[in-house]
Design a protein around this ligand. Sequence first.
Ligand code: HEC
Length: 272
Amino acid sequence: MGPVSCFVASTGLALLVGLEAAAAELHDAARQGDLVAVERLLAGGAQVEATDSGGATPLYVAASEGHAAVVARLLAAGGNTRHQVFGFVGSIGTPIHAAIRHGHLGVVRGLLEAGVDPNLPDDGVGPPLHTALRNGQTAAAELLRSFGARSIQAEPVDALIASVDPAAGEETASACAVCHELARHPEQPRAGPPLWDIVGRSKAGIPGFEYSEPLRKLGGRWTYEDLSSYIANPRSFAPGTKMEFRGIAEPRRRAALIAYLRSLSDEPKPLP
Ligand code: HEC
């Protein structure tokens, strides 16, 4: 290597090392809530989207620690509010989920005011309201509701339910059977309530089963439409539910499953 290319290579390396160090410093400053240091590092070109060894951005770190002013500064610098951090089994959420989990209301408010969708579905942990209710963060839940967080209905599959072969839903139902008894006379208590005769049954209606508060509050009966929405995305339809299941987004699979569930009855309800 000649002196010139050697110089170029080493400057490149120094620049890289310098940038990496700046990124690590930005994470540290975000963690500590050191706004002055955050300003200085951003001015020096530190990358706002650089992730640490755990996959977290400075925005995620500041949100977890509850540093509202730093969060605001990182948002102004273009920090991505949709960046997901991943744990062993999938996403553990975005900055707003982290702020909710740790009860940092000021940060939650700041993120909502910056335009974060209060109904943003996260494939790993569900929408923000689900995180709030599962973690007992009632003030955060109220705040989210005031920004529009609510129960989300899925696209109805009524027309499909009437046209699919119920037998096609049996295999899908095996995923439910992990937690639910499907038989007429359930024998063993399971994690979830028995599903025999579920179509048209009162919501949260099995005596003695300890339903979550959000499920008890739904009220009414399991219509085809509500069943479809709950199965499509339990945590978006009933935020705070204790059913740990991501849902079945695909309409045809969902319709076949509902047609099969309908058949689990001595007197199946009329088709939709
Ligand atoms: C990991 C366990 C688990 C799996 C898998 C699961 N569920 Fe559930 N399910 C639950 C629990 C727990 C509840 C009670 C929810 C609550 O109280 O918030 C529940 C509640 C329900 C309810 C409400 C029943 C009632 O009495 O109001 C329906 C309907 C339901 N599940 C359908 C399904 C279907 C269909 C599947 C498969 C696609 C499924 N579940 C998969 C655990 C599970």
